[in-house]
Structure formats: C-alpha cells, structure tokens
Design a protein around this ligand. Structure first.
Ligand code: SAJ
Length: 428
C-alpha cells in the first residue's frame, strides 16, 4: 500500500474549481481548510452540502467533511500549502479583474511560514504570478523561491465532468523556479493520474489561455465560413463535413456565438497584454461576438413579410447543450436584440433552466401563435420533439436551426419552412 505524506492545505475560493479540488485532496488523505468570503458557502460546506451543481460533487464533499479532512471558514490559517482558486472575471473594458487574486494573496500573507508553497489556480493574464502575486507574497518577508515556493497550476476541467477531468487530464505546473514546480507537482500527484508537465509560471499561464484561444479562433473561422456560405449560396455544414475528410483538417462548428466563462473571456487576457500583436485573437473574439446579431438579422429577414408584432420562440438558452449554465450565453444576447427592437415578442423554452424572465415551461404555450421557432442550443431532449404538433400551434411555420441539429427532410415533412445557419443553398 502506498502511504501519502499528509499535508495541510488552505484553499482560498470554494467555487467551481476550488471546491472540487478541496474535496479531492481531502478524500485523498490531506487536511483541508477551505476559505470563502461567501458565508453561505462556508455554512453549507461545514454541513457537508454544496450550493453549485456538478455531478457527484455533493457526495464527495459529504464524504470529505464526514471524514474530518475538510472544513470551511472565512479567514485563512497556517498551512503547508496555500491554493488560490478565486474568480478572475472580465472588466467592461475587456481587461482581467485581478482584485480577487490580490485580496486572496493579501489574506494569506500573515499566515505564511518558511517552507510553505503558494499555488495560483485561477486563469490569469501572462505575468500575473511574477508581477502581481509575488510582490504581494514578498510582504511576508520570506525569500521567494527559497523560503516560500510559488507556482501556477491552471485547471483545465470541463463543467459537467469536473471530477473525472481533475483526475485524468494532463496538467501543466509552472514554478517560479524548478523546486517550486517539483514540490507542487508532488502534491497534485496525490490525485492526478494524467501526465504532469513542468515549466515556468508565465508559460503555464499562456498555455491555459491558448488552449481556450485555440478553440475560440477555430470557432471564429467556422462562423466566418458560415457567413461566407450564406453569400455563396452553399451549405457550410457540407463544406465542413467534406473538408474534414482531409487527414490534417479539423474545421469547428459554427453557431449563434461562443458562451461560457472561458472561451469568451480568456483570449482577452492575451489581447490586454499585447493589443498591437494579438490581432487574430482579437478579430476572432469580435467575429464570435457578432454571431447573435447575425442570427437576429437572419430572423428579421425570415419574418420580413409578417405584419405587426412577431412572436419568436427560442428553444435552448444555455451557453452549450445539456447544462443549466447561462453565463455569457449568446442566446441571451440574441433575446436582448429582439427585445430592444420592439417588433418582437420573445418566448424561451429550455428544459434545463428553471429561472428566466421569458421562460415558458409548457412547450405548447411556448410555440402557440409563434411566427418563428429558433433552435438556440441543441439539448438532447430536442431530438424527441413532435415537430408536426409544434408546427400546428404556430402562426407561421418557420424553423431556424442555428446548430445543424435537425434533419431538413423531417422538418419540412412536419410542415415547416426550414432555415439553417450557414446555409445559403435554400435546400437545393
Ligand atoms: N462552440 C461552438 N462551436 C464549436 C465548439 C464550441 O460554437 O465547434 C461554442 C459552444 O456552443 C459554447 C462555447 O463554444 O458556447 C464554449 O464551449 P466549450 O465546450 O468549447 O468550452 P467550455 O467553455 O465549456 O470549457 C472550456 C474547455 N476548454 C477547452 O476545451 C480548450 C475546458 O477544458 C476548460 O477547462 C474551460 O474552458 C475553462 O475553464 O477554461
């Protein structure tokens, strides 16, 4: 049997990343003190409960708390390791708001002792560890890299699969020096089964940002292709399907825009630091941000013949399929565009969402008298829709698919006029 050396870890920030990480370390034998400014989070955790949604996290937290290895409080205390996993939201000028990182770092300074290590998990602009974190930690009087080790260990997990991906994904750990990287790697090794690669802190920061930027840029290319194909009178989805038969091509999927708190945010952290150089990255963000407006313009032209107020029904309003997360959802922006216009009445239907101002729980009522049904997000549930019955409820039989989810033939058979994002062929 392998025995692990039990460490005391203080984890500051018990959100989507900090809490699963805390539970993971605790169930692997370490002693964890979770710290959060939100009293509800602290109170819930001490009762073995959680206030976020993630498969199996509740069970793991309950087990960790019951074992005595996990407890929460509102201020840090002395420990061997300190992990900072607080949000790094985006400001309205598209720069990173590092105020949570700063205050978390300040809050641990009084508790730092020789031999400790501090790990930043939060996604941050390149240079944050060296230029923002280290100067704060120096206030402890400890010599950075010798008496106090510092590293960046960015999370890379996909919401909905956090507990699996925390364990299985490869990890990149950037140290302020080699010793910092190695000591922090040994800690994460307790539960990480994926490979762990060591580097410097700024490289690790840039890796995390580039992973999401890579995806964002590729989606922008697909979205530009969709707009081009609409003009060329061809179908972008066919172009993607056939082009991807090439062994070295992987065109992504166009859509109504890019949502979530990662792809729509992280590329800006690079642009912020080098606005003159990060041209492709910036243009991709702008391209993806233009998609809700593009969908709105197409909807307007589909409905140009309808007089008076037009009812638009939107199926799926989350930022991606089969989740309840609406953060940065492009569909919410699309809804805002319709609402500002004044000529449209919007109703939303989404089996994953329970709280939204325009939500209609009854599918029949949602489509009743509607002039256009827009598929915003391709939740699995929508594969089983009775399209014929839906079509009968509508005032005008228009269906606009922004995800290439429906089969044109069955939609037309059900009585709809079918419109597809990226398709200018009009069914040819
Ligand atoms: N999307 C498209 N076309 C595509 C793929 C996605 O329009 O071809 C859209 C989706 O509809 C969605 C958005 O992109 O609105 C983002 O979805 P996603 O599944 O690509 O990513 P996230 O934001 O849920 O999670 C990402 C992941 N990063 C990568 O896959 C590179 C995850 O591993 C990261 O941990 C996470 O960001 C994060 O926290 O950074």
């Amino acid at each position: 049997m392998i025995t692990i050396e039990k460490k005391k870890i203080c984890i500051v920030g018990l959100g989507y990343i900090g809490l699963p990480t805390a539970a993971m370390f605790a169930t692997h034998g370490h002693q964890i003190v979770g710290v959060d400014v939100n009293e509800n989070v602290v109170e819930a955790l001490n009762q073995g409960k959680i206030i976020i949604e993630e498969p199996y996290l509740d069970l793991m937290v309950q087990a960790a708390v019951t074992s005595g290895n996990l407890r929460a409080q509102s201020i840090p205390e002395e420990a061997d390791f300190f992990i900072i996993s607080v949000p790094t939201p985006i400001n309205s000028d598209k720069t990173a708001d590092l105020s949570y990182v700063r205050s978390a770092a300040e809050s641990i300074v009084p508790f730092l002792r020789e031999g400790n290590a501090v790990v930043l998990e939060s996604t941050s602009p390149p240079g944050t560890v060296t230029d923002v974190l280290v100067p704060i930690l120096e206030k402890s009087g400890l010599k950075i890299g010798e008496q106090l080790l510092v590293a960046h260990s960015p999370e890379r997990v996909l919401p909905g699969r956090i507990l699996i991906e925390l364990v299985d994904n490869p990890r990149i750990i950037g140290g302020i020096n080699a010793k910092s990287a190695e000591v922090v790697r040994d800690l994460y090794r307790t539960f990480v089964k994926g490979d762990i690669y060591l580097t410097d802190t700024t490289t690790a920061e840039m890796c995390k940002l580039m992973e999401n930027t890579y995806r964002d840029v590729n989606i922008a290319l697909a979205n530009e292709l969709a707009k081009l194909c609409e003009k060329f009178g061809i179908n972008a989805w066919d172009v993607i399907k056939f082009s991807n038969k090439h062994p070295r091509v992987n065109l992504h999927q166009p859509g109504p825009g890019v949502g979530g708190h990662c792809l729509a945010v992280d590329p800006w952290f690079i642009v912020e630091r080098q606005p003159e150089l990060a041209n492709i990255i910036k243009l991709s963000r702008i391209t993806n941000d233009s998609m809700p407006h593009h969908v709105y313009e197409r909807a307007k032209s589909i409905l140009s013949g309808v007089k008076g107020v037009k009812k638009v029904t939107i199926f799926g309003i989350t930022y991606k399929p089969n989740i309840d997360d609406m953060r940065e959802s492009p569909i919410i922006e699309l809804i805002d565009l319709f609402e500002k216009d004044g000529e449209y009445k919007v109703t939303a239907y989404d089996p994953h969402v329970s709280n939204f101002k325009l939500l209609e729980k009854d599918i029949k009522k949602a489509v009743e008298g509607s002039h256009l049904l827009i598929l915003g997000v391709n939740h699995d549930e929508f594969a089983k829709l009775d399209l014929k019955a839906i079509c009968k409820q509508m005032a005008a039989p228009n269906l606009f698919d922004t995800r290439n989810f429906f089969d044109r033939e069955s939609v037309c058979e059900a009585g709809f006029n079918f419109y597809l994002l990226g398709d200018g062929s009009r069914g040819k």
